[in-house]
Each structure stands twice: as structure tokens, then as C-alpha cells.
Design a protein around this ligand. Structure first.
Ligand SMILES: C[S@@+](CC[C@H](N)C(=O)[O-])C[C@H]1O[C@@H](n2cnc3c(N)ncnc32)[C@H](O)[C@@H]1O
Length: 208
């Protein structure tokens, strides 16, 4: 059965802020400066949708945002967000199931890939890769392990918790950075948060 964050929608933000303080928010807000005016954005796995409000603070209008979220409960919360005068197309489906020919200036994947096995990562990554314009920017934030014991401990605890509550499929962190390397992305900007456990990267698509 596919992972579903429905069960955690009502407490997800509170729990994540209890554990990580403002780091999860800061790590994503850090990347918003790479969004150009009047651009087209694809957000995959936006959770409760607070990122839409943060985006509206930077760009109150002019953006067209496709917001794909698999969980209906997360989607319901997202639809209540203040989006300014930006246009948001809400799609309550796995992002890899969206069939369209549209190309985006920006793809945004905030803590999406840590849910996945290597196989799902590859599948979802290839789908998103095809939707990004050549020269476009892919903004990615996720956990990574830099060898500190507490990182492995926290990651294991999260995986056990979310496997139980939301049936996520991951048993370990997939190799996210390798996908970007293999698909010819160039790192334009990068910053780590929460003792290097969180990595935010703005990648530029250099190939086709
Ligand atoms: C770990 S949460 C992160 C939520 C949010 N980005 C945040 O940082 O607060 C991952 C989110 O991705 C969604 N998700 C998982 N797989 C997805 C997929 N294939 N397509 C779209 N959304 C997905 C889940 O429902 C969940 O809301």
C-alpha cells in the first residue's frame, strides 16, 4: 500500500517544529530567492501548505504554482492557505501520476524523497526531471547523514514512526544527491541546517 500522510496531517507541523524548531522552515525559505518573478513552479509533497504562504511573502502575485500532494488531509489544509494573488492549481495525486506536457521554470521538492526507496526515488525523479525546463532550477531540501551518531538515531526514529503511522516505504535514506549528479545538475547554491542534518540545494538543469 502506498504511503499516505493523512494520519499525520493534523499534528505533522507541530511535531516537526517540536523536534526541529525553525530549521525545517528556514531550510525551505532559504531557497525561495531562486524563484524568478512570474514563473511557473511545480511543488511536490508540500504537506500542510505553509510553504505557499512563505512564497506569497516573497512573490505576492504573478506566479503559477502546480501543487501536487498525495494526502487528501494535507491537501485540505493546503487549500486554506493565504496564497496572495498567485495562481495555485491543487492536484491531489502522486506527482508522478500527473500527465501533462507543461514545462516548469522551478521544481520544488521539500522533504519528499526521504520517504522513498531507491526505486521510487528514481521513478519520481525521472518524472520531475522531464517537467523542468532546460536551464530551470530544482530546489531540493532533505535530510542527509554526515556521520554524526544523533543524525542516524533521529533518522531511524522518524522512519520507524512514519512507517507505522503513514506506511512510508523507506527503510533508509535513498541516495538523493546521486540522482542530481547522474542527471547533469549543477549546484548553484547550497546551505546546511540543524547540525548539517538538513541540506538545501538549488540545482540548475544543465542537460536536456
Ligand atoms: C515528509 S512530508 C513533508 C511535508 C512538507 N514538505 C514539509 O516540509 O512540511 C512529505 C509529504 O509528501 C507527500 N508525498 C509523498 N509522496 C508523494 C508523491 N508521490 N506525490 C506527491 N506528494 C507526495 C506526503 O503526503 C507528505 O505530505
Amino acid at each position: 500500500m502506498a504511503a499516505n500522510y493523512d494520519n499525520s496531517a493534523w499534528f505533522y507541523d507541530r511535531l516537526s517544529r517540536l523536534v526541529y524548531g525553525k530549521a525545517l522552515v528556514k531550510s525551505q525559505v532559504y531557497l525561495l530567492k531562486h524563484i524568478p518573478e512570474n514563473s511557473g513552479i511545480l511543488i511536490a509533497g508540500g504537506g500542510t501548505g505553509w510553504i505557499l504562504e512563505e512564497i506569497a511573502k516573497v512573490h505576492p502575485s504573478g506566479l503559477t504554482i502546480t501543487y501536487a500532494e498525495i494526502s487528501s488531509n494535507m491537501m485540505a489544509l493546503s487549500k486554506k492557505r493565504k496564497i496572495g494573488d498567485n495562481k495555485v492549481i491543487f492536484i491531489n495525486e502522486p506527482v508522478e501520476n500527473i500527465e501533462e506536457n507543461r514545462l516548469y521554470d522551478i521544481v520544488f521538492t521539500p522533504f519528499l524523497f526521504d520517504n522513498f526507496t531507491e526505486k521510487t526515488l528514481l521513478n519520481v525523479f525521472s518524472h520531475l526531471h522531464k517537467r523542468l525546463k532546460p536551464g530551470g532550477m530544482w530546489l531540493n531540501t532533505d535530510f542527509r547523514l554526515t556521520g554524526k551518531w544523533w543524525q542516524s538515531f533521529l533518522l531511524k526514529s522518524m522512519i520507524v514512526f512514519f512507517r507505522l503511522i503513514c506506511r512510508i516505504e523507506a527503510k533508509k535514506l535513498p541516495d538523493i544527491e546521486r540522482q542530481f549528479e547522474q542527471h547533469q545538475y549543477e549546484v548553484i547554491d547550497q546551505k546546511s541546517f540543524f547540525g548539517e542534518f538538513i541540506l538545501s540545494t538549488a540545482y540548475q538543469k544543465t542537460g536536456l
